[in-house]
Design a protein around this ligand. Sequence first.
Ligand SMILES: C[S@@+](CC[C@H](N)C(=O)[O-])C[C@H]1O[C@@H](n2cnc3c(N)ncnc32)[C@H](O)[C@@H]1O
Length: 221
Amino acid sequence: MPEPALRLDARLEAAAALVRPGLPVADIGCDHGKLAAALAGTGLYPKVIASDLRPGPLAKARRTVEQAHCQDRVELRLGDGLSVLSAGEVGSVVIAGVSAQTAWQMLEAAPWVFDTAGPRLILIPATRHDELRRWLAGHGFRLVCDRPVEAAGRWYAVMAAEYDGQRRALTWAEALYGGTGAWPQAAGYAAKQREKLAKLRRGIPDGTPDADEIDALLQGG
Ligand SMILES: C[S@@+](CC[C@H](N)C(=O)[O-])C[C@H]1O[C@@H](n2cnc3c(N)ncnc32)[C@H](O)[C@@H]1O
């Protein structure tokens, strides 16, 4: 059992469980570095890369990996998004704790992820889960996991996506709830997502298909 300072929260535990074993993995926006240290500690990955845009968080990550005695198994890289990686270098990319928009901007800047042989993406958006699901579906990514997780009193969706090249448009229900309904924690997550419906509806003109669908969801449909 790792010491408390190194323990993962439920979000990052769920993300760790989705990383492809046997292949290198990168944690982009690693900040404290706990996920990279935990992954390195399992011995399941030939290389763990932890990166951040800013030197301060990367220095924090360095301290964490030293505390966890795994500095020989974690490469720390300073840089923007996936620019620190080369095509084919990793089997999984974790992007957790940044906004949905920051996450998809990182992906848009790395054309090599749009490939059926590309990495599995493990994403925990800090905001706008529905918009990230729409972006993924619209850019040819299929969700292989979409797990609702409560951590520190907030609801998160821990997503794993793989590129299959088939672009899809999502309904509002698909965008808001994704695959979370399959999990025992579905009701708590759905309640949180439902709270967003009224605000979303205010931005949509009456009489449009979007308005009709949101009205049906608001009425419990
Ligand atoms: C809130 S922390 C999340 C830390 C950790 N991934 C987690 O979920 O607990 C967000 C981190 O992402 C980093 N970040 C933001 N934009 C980034 C970018 N474009 N490239 C790399 N790191 C970025 C920030 O510097 C910060 O350390």
